[in-house]
Ligand binder design. Structure first.
Ligand code: G6P
Length: 442
């Protein structure tokens, strides 16, 4: 890596790319990126060019010798990469809109990474990520794969289970978002706050919180119980928690836990929104249009503040800090998705978990938390079972396995409804699910 770092970003045409570019520019002294390859597919060509040209202007403004390459040829880009980041969306936002809308017809939560939507995003994404892993094995076997593609937990699980790639880390902005929110609610600088995170992706809990090394968990719990203060992300409703429930829970839930602990209210709100402003995918489609209009402006050479309306806030900080810590063997603590290795006692050793890790040049070393409190353990295990069965369905294209995954998801009320949703969604996403249809046709 002495000649500078080569980064390849798959799904480079994403509206989030300026986040990443800003993160690399900020850290250039420590992390000398020489080549940034933004890769996309034919359908994303126009976006790739617009966002890629903005990336080039950002780098030029910073006066740094980072070469930005734009390509539709993934294999060409991957040759000799040091880090590969993945942020693609199979089926684009149209597919997300279907994931969010179809379950609502059956009175079931429609969400990008939870419930039936999460299952289908996984079914579409996993075969593609496994193909990318094969290319990495062949073309840049030493590279680290840093995956942000959702559902990040299920995707990391699949890579661990079904590919030969060992150097993989799954990343999410939820923990850093929680830490920022906690710091704000305590009115202290985020650098002083340390949270012991453990759980799964989009199902992570803050087991304990410290300011300058002193536990402040009780204060944080009180802050969370305050209806004006309930932490959330831009893409999730901030419905307040039942204060005594939060006090009883004793650990800090993430924004996504609302889908499980407040299912009825969240569903009702989703139904109302779908009828008025549209589902989140439809809102994001409008936001993206606005963003790409801005990105086209040749005088723009910074990340526009409008990007902060997206749910992925701080994502570049999380991603670039992780890459920086691997590259420089920093041995700092960051929450990432990695092989459990016994860090959380009641989750299988070989499963992906989201947990604080020491980040070394050899990757994340999970910090053991023992077991999760009994009140949250069962839900985490159930979601892990769901993720594993879903990953198996994605790889095998087996209908019964997919139905099993759908039925055991806690947001789906019965096997009958599971089958109805499964059948409708399989048909709606047919073009992105060849593993199911080539089998049926055969
Ligand atoms: C959160 C999640 C990300 C997700 C994003 C969606 O931040 O952690 O995993 O991709 O929200 O945001 P969007 O603006 O696309 O709804």
């Amino acid at each position: 890596m002495s000649k500078g770092v080569k980064i390849v970003t798959i799904g480079g045409g994403s509206s989030y790319t300026p986040e990443l570019v800003e993160g690399f520019i900020k850290r250039y002294d420590e992390l000398p990126v020489r080549e940034l390859w933004l890769v996309d597919i034919e359908a994303g060509k126009e976006k790739l060019e617009i966002v890629g040209n903005l990336a080039k202007r950002m780098v030029a403004k910073a006066g740094l010798p980072i070469e930005v390459h734009l390509t539709l040829d993934r294999r060409e880009a991957l040759k000799g990469a040091d880090f590969v980041t993945t942020q693609f969306r199979v089926g684009l936002l149209e597919a997300r809109a279907k994931d969010e809308k179809i379950p609502l017809k059956y009175n079931v939560i429609g969400q990008e990474t939870n419930g039936p939507g999460g299952l289908f995003k996984g079914l579409r994404t996993i075969p593609v990520i496994l193909e990318i892993c094969k290319d990495i094995e062949e073309l840049c076997p030493e590279a680290w794969l840093v995956n942000f593609t959702n559902p990040a937990g299920m995707v990391t699980e699949s890579i661990l289970r079904y590919s030969n790639i060992k150097k993989v880390v799954g990343l999410c902005n939820v923990p850093i978002g929680m830490r920022m929110g906690i710091a704000k609610s305590l009115n202290v600088e985020p650098e002083r706050v340390q949270v012991n995170f453990a759980g799964l992706n989009h199902m992570v809990y803050g087991l304990d919180t410290f300011v300058d090394g002193v536990s402040v968990q009780e204060q944080v719990i009180e802050a969370m119980a305050n209806p004006d203060n309930a932490l959330t992300m831009k893409n999730i409703s901030g419905l307040s928690w039942e204060p005594d429930f939060i006090r009883g829970l004793g650990v800090i839930p993430c924004g996504y836990h609302r889908y499980y602990y407040k299912t009825d209210e969240m569903l009702q709100e989703e139904v109302e929104k779908a009828e008025t402003e549209g589902t989140r995918a439809e809102v994001v489609q409008r936001l993206e249009k606005e963003l790409f209009e801005l990105y086209k402006d040749e005088t723009l050479d910074i990340k526009p503040p409008q990007l902060e309306k997206r749910g992925g806030a701080y994502y570049s900080d999380a991603a670039c800090s992780l890459i920086n810590s691997i590259y420089n063997d920093k041995r700092d603590i960051q929450p990432v998705n990695t092989r459990n290795n016994g860090a959380i006692a009641s989750i299988p050793e070989d499963s992906a978990v989201e947990v604080n890790c020491v980040i070394t040049k050899d990757g994340p070393k999970p910090i053991s938390v023992g077991d999760l409190p009994v009140a949250v353990r069962g839900l985490v295990q159930q979601i892990k079972s769901f993720e594993r069965v879903a990953a198996e369905a994605a790889v095998t294209g087996d209908y019964n396995t997919a139905l099993l995954a759908m039925t055991i998801n806690p947001l789906v009320p019965s096997d009958k409804i599971a089958k109805q949703i499964l059948d409708e969604m399989l048909e709606a996403h047919k073009e992105h699910l060849p593993q199911f249809f080539t089998k049926i046709e055969a």
